[in-house]
Write a new protein. Structure first.
Length: 55
C-alpha cells in the first residue's frame, strides 16, 4: 500500500527497526498509534560442520 508515493509497509518496518533512533516525541506518537519497536534478532554463528541449512 502506498500513500503519496510512500510504501507504507516499508516505512512502518523502518520506524520499528530504528525506533531507538527516534526522538522521544516521535516514539510517543508512534506508540499512541500502536507501533512498537521491532524485537532484536540475534544471529547465531554456525560452525563449518553444522547440518543446519539456511534458505
Amino acid at each position: 500500500m502506498t500513500w503519496h508515493g510512500e510504501d507504507i509497509g516499508r516505512w512502518l518496518a523502518a520506524q520499528r527497526r530504528d525506533f531507538h533512533r527516534l526522538s522521544t516525541e516521535q516514539q510517543r506518537r508512534l506508540a499512541k498509534l500502536g507501533v512498537k519497536p521491532a524485537r532484536a534478532v540475534h544471529a547465531t554463528r554456525l560452525t563449518s560442520g553444522s547440518n543446519v541449512r539456511v534458505r
